[in-house]
Design a protein around this ligand. Sequence first.
Ligand code: ADP
Length: 179
Amino acid sequence: MEITIGTSRLVLVQGDITRADTEAIVNAANASLLGGGGVDGAIHRAGGPKILEACKAIVARQGRCPTGEAVVTPGGDLKAKYVIHTVGPVWSGGNRGERELLAKAYRNSLVVARQKKIRSVAYPSISTGAYRFPIEEAARIALGTVRDSLEENAMAEVRFVLFCASDLRVYENALSERN
Ligand code: ADP
């Protein structure tokens, strides 16, 4: 599924984000930036040790990455030239600012991308795995935040790469709702 927002494309596909050919891919990292399970582990495995080295240098310089913030490293062996690491919120019932923090993670990833003049970005579904954010609501926040950002500032393409068919369906439904 694909829509256009001004001159930007917003695309939803099913797949493995480590194989995406966008200029940058976004990693659903944790605050340590030292890698973990899920999509984080997959990105470090596919991209090789250069990514972890760069993450360690960032942590040495500025400490852990707070929830909602984003940092950029090279993509190592990935097709993508850059990895933007952002930290989504852990869902703990919805009363701890989780929704705003998730929006912030999506927004700040695009801020970092624009600082690097990156023109295409692929996102996974941040926080909806180990961090247990309910995916229907996460999809609405993800798509709403990215749309708002693209309305202000165009980019060639933002792609959501959903790992399984049911997640893709949830994102497609959320995108159709607002069209
Ligand atoms: P979080 O800790 O932010 O919840 P997870 O990695 O546990 O992050 O899960 C986030 C989403 O990433 C989940 O929907 C999971 O299915 C998905 N995911 C896992 N591996 C990949 C991959 N290689 N490509 C795209 N999405 C992936």
